[in-house]
Design a protein around this ligand. Structure first.
Ligand code: UDP
Length: 387
């Protein structure tokens, strides 16, 4: 039998950190022929190229160059580019990771073309439909054929949405694989000396969710709290371009006088700083999980999380936007002994192998699920539809 051809689709920074170990596992599997599509949602050096280089992700087979834009326009360009590519050279399966616009666009395009879909990091739910990522998660899971989950709650969520148990695989967290394979480079990073930071004597901050940075009042409120905290502990803030633009546009940059603002970091330097900091404040999904893996206290600047295991077992605390609570939680971390925390099950550095093995074991079923040729014939017969 021919190798199982799998096209993986990535578009943004959170996708890159997840696809690295999966591409590794697929490339070294003799029964799998992987290809990689970069949609180009993130396209610059700091959010894209540095991740491909630093995480040794193979060059994409195609770059769709969709760029940024309003959600509707961007989705239109994603659907168009993905349809052209997948129709021209259809694989046996399309694999998507995470919850960004490229994730859902690729799942939708593949499904319409009759190509089975695998979703890595399925079943996470914040139950907050105002988050664009939540919509991407729900829709992707509704049409995916193979759903790989990172934590048990995701299984419950998917079952409650009527997803059949046979489609769900508890394979663990690929972010743990990425951490493991980069560990030697993380250990030898000289980011502390480059930034002239004493090991451990600082906190970290990341902020990029639309709900936090696109709302001027929320952003000004958070900036005031963070500045206040910056007077008590040095804060290092790698600023996402979206956040930098908002802070600049609102004239808030100058108010962050006690906060060390730096450009986004590459993965290795970022994790090295995270590993050694006193605590991190974040609204990032990935950082909530990475801080749990590194046992670094995490204050999440949101009212909900789709990653509840980082709170129940890990180091995460949901602090929302209440200045008093944020300052008090930071004070408790800085003055008290660290809480005992556990690493969640299957966050062991072998998730990608488990996912790739499961796909290979299901190769016959995947090919039976493939409806590509049939659906193209149907499309050609529909009146007014281009063949
Ligand atoms: N990250 C990084 N440099 C930074 C900020 C984040 O390397 O300056 C990494 C980190 O590993 C994180 C990943 O980028 O898990 C994706 O984070 P992001 O906050 O962009 O996305 P989310 O996880 O919230 O979807």
């Amino acid at each position: 039998m021919d190798a199982l051809s799998i096209v993986s689709v990535v578009g943004c920074r959170p996708n890159f950190v997840k696809i690295a170990p999966l591409m590794d596992a697929m490339t070294s599997h003799r029964g799998i022929a992987p290809r990689l599509v970069h949609t180009g949602q993130h396209y610059d050096e700091s959010l894209s190229s540095s991740f491909f280089r630093g995480l040794h992700i193979p060059e994409p087979d195609v770059h769709l160059g969709v760029g940024s834009g309003s959600p509707g326009h961007q989705t239109a360009r994603l659907l168009e580019g993905l349809e052209d590519y997948l129709e021209a050279v259809p694989p046996d399966l399309v694999l998507v990771v995470g919850d960004v616009a490229s994730t859902f666009a690729a799942a939708l395009t593949a499904t319409r073309l009759g190509i089975p879909v695998a979703h890595v990091e399925a079943g996470l739910r914040s139950f907050d439909r105002e988050m664009p990522e939540e919509i991407n998660r729900v829709l992707t899971d509704a049409i995916a054929d193979y759903l790989f989950v990172t934590e048990p709650q995701a299984i419950t969520n998917l079952r409650q949405e009527g997803i059949a148990a046979e489609k769900i695989f508890f394979t663990g967290n690929v972010l743990a694989d990425t951490l493991r394979r980069s560990w030697p480079s993380i250990a030898s990073s000289d980011v502390h000396s480059r930034l002239e930071l004493e090991d451990g004597d600082y906190a970290m901050l990341t902020l990029h969710r639309p709900a936090n940075v696109d709302d001027p009042r929320r952003l000004a409120h958070l900036a005031a709290i963070i500045e206040e905290l910056g007077k008590r502990v040095p804060i290092v803030f790698p600023v996402h371009p979206r956040t930098a633009a908002q802070l600049g546009g609102l004239g808030l940059t100058a108010s962050l006088d006690h906060v060390r603002r730096i450009p986004p970091l590459n993965y290795v330097d970022f994790i090295r700083l995270l590993r050694d900091c006193r605590f991190v404040m974040t609204d990032s999904g990935g950082v909530q999980e990475e801080s749990t893996m590194l046992r670094v206290p995490c204050l999440t600047l949101r009212e909900n999380t789709e990653r509840p295991i980082t709170v129940t077992l890990g180091t995460n605390e949901l602090v929302g936007f209440d200045g008093g609570l944020i300052l008090e939680s930071a004070r408790a971390i800085l003055s008290g002994p660290p809480k005992l925390r556990r690493t969640p099950e299957k966050w062991d550095g072998h998730a990608a192998e488990r996912i790739v093995s499961a796909l290979y074991e299901h190769r016959t079923e995947i090919r039976e699920l493939y409806r590509g040729v049939r659906s193209r014939q149907v499309r050609a017969r529909e009146p007014g539809v281009r063949a």
